[in-house]
Design a protein around this ligand. Sequence first.
Ligand code: ADP
Ligand code: MG
Length: 552
Amino acid sequence: SGGSETLEFQAETRQLLHLVVHSLYSNKDIFLRELVSNASDALDKLRLESLKDPDLAADTGDLHIEIEADVAARTLTVRDNGIGMTRDEVVDLIGTIAKSGTASLLEKLKQAKDSAASNTLIGQFGVGFYSAFMVADKVTLVTRRAGEEHGTRWESTGESTYEIERLEDAPQGTSVTLALKPVDTEDHLYDYAAEFKIKEIVKRYSDFIRWPIRLAGQADPVNSMKALWARPRNEIAQTEYHEFYKQLAHDWADPLETIHFRAEGTFEYDALLFLPAQAPFDLYTREAKRGVQLYVNRVFIMDECDALMPQYLRFVKGVVDAHDLSLNVSRELLQHDRQIRGVRRRLVSRVLSTAKGLLEKEPEKYRGLWDAFGRALKEGLLEDADNQAALLDLLLLETTHDAAEPTTLRAYAERMKPEQTEIYYLTGANRAAVENSPHMEAFKAKGYEVLILTDPIDEVWVDQAPAYDGKTLRSVAKGQVDLDAAESDEGGDKQQAREEFAPLLEFLAEALADKVKSARLSTRLTDSPACLVGDTNDLTPALEKLYRAMGQ
Ligand code: ADP
Ligand code: MG
């Protein structure tokens, strides 16, 4: 043996561990789901690797997960004979938190008012392996990478350091042994060494895991291993869908909506998709991953399958099981596969039509979807020209019509004045700034409804989506909005005003020569003496800022 070494956790890991251990997280049961899911991932990886590399010196004869409890010693072990980890992998994967959003999670946790708020945050983030420290004083991991000779032991009490040691001999795969904390129902610490409790948790969270989960010394698996997506829809209870979703998405809330169908024909597949009720932590970061997994005949192939879902629908979770595809498909190949592109088109259109169905039939629920994912849907207007019309239909936008209730474009169109031919909007930093803008005055005076767009991305999509149902979206701050189309009898007054103010305009144009393109009389204003107007094709100030922030 190479002797043991003591290493320090990375600072962020230490903070997170502290929070995990000391939070009054009421659902401590999920630690077992996390460990089982890691074991299952490890088995998937080994299966896939051995299919790709027949020479891999690995035993794939009886891939399974075993749970062993020692009631007297109060330990619980979760064991798999999967891919395992090398020493470096243990240090990298277990000693650090590479997850995006960790820093922002810690920041938000510091601001959280109470334990309920911080539990919600932690629950959404998902602490994975570290959740073991909610129920254990000490965690010992023994692992050997398939094909490697030596193993590694890792041990920690979840404080600032961990020990790591090389083992001459270790079984293939990984075992995680928890020294359980004392039972304390006040603190939601049950007897996790009790067989009934283990079975209950496994059934609840890990029933669909596709590998047998056995209790030590027993032959029958605890889990049913049924691939839910392969069963007929009419035989599946809603609770089954919901449990499956929670396991798949590591979410603790039910999904908002479930989409399940089988495509038949030349390219057959089962698709089971979910629209979550809340946005994950990292949805709006560069690292956000897509949520659809690809299976081929129930063999797990890959997570985060970007060929199956566009970036803007990254929040959709689910599974696609294709019946006739090589297990060796790469992400690269999938991107160029004509049939996969067809699957993607179909999935996108099912997601958008499901959202539209909610909007029409269950507006409350749709409001939840919009609040969580509206910004991502707006990205679709930039990314997905083919579905522009469907996406415009899904927008909920703030409006001068009703401060409390955002509007769809359709509802706006229905309220348009008979002489009104365009849809008016104004972008700005917030509602008050937009409402008080001098650009609004004439529109207010004439009773025209104006959409209030305050999200930076609004600047971008309004630029790309110029018309809804034949009606141009027109910024009230840009170019010549012709409010006088119906009032040509004012022509005489205008002429007179133009002559009267000509010297002033000339003076202004000269004095502001390096700041404005021109100075002109306007019918936009009723109270303010002057306002700045962008050219129809100019960038708005907020958009200029956005582009600059993006480094363009
Ligand atoms: P996540 O599963 O979301 O990646 P975890 O904290 O649960 O995060 O696990 C961190 C990483 O440690 C995993 O991604 C995996 O690479 C590794 N790991 C954890 N458990 C096992 C295991 N039983 N076998 C092999 N690798 C594991
Ligand atoms: Mg995990």
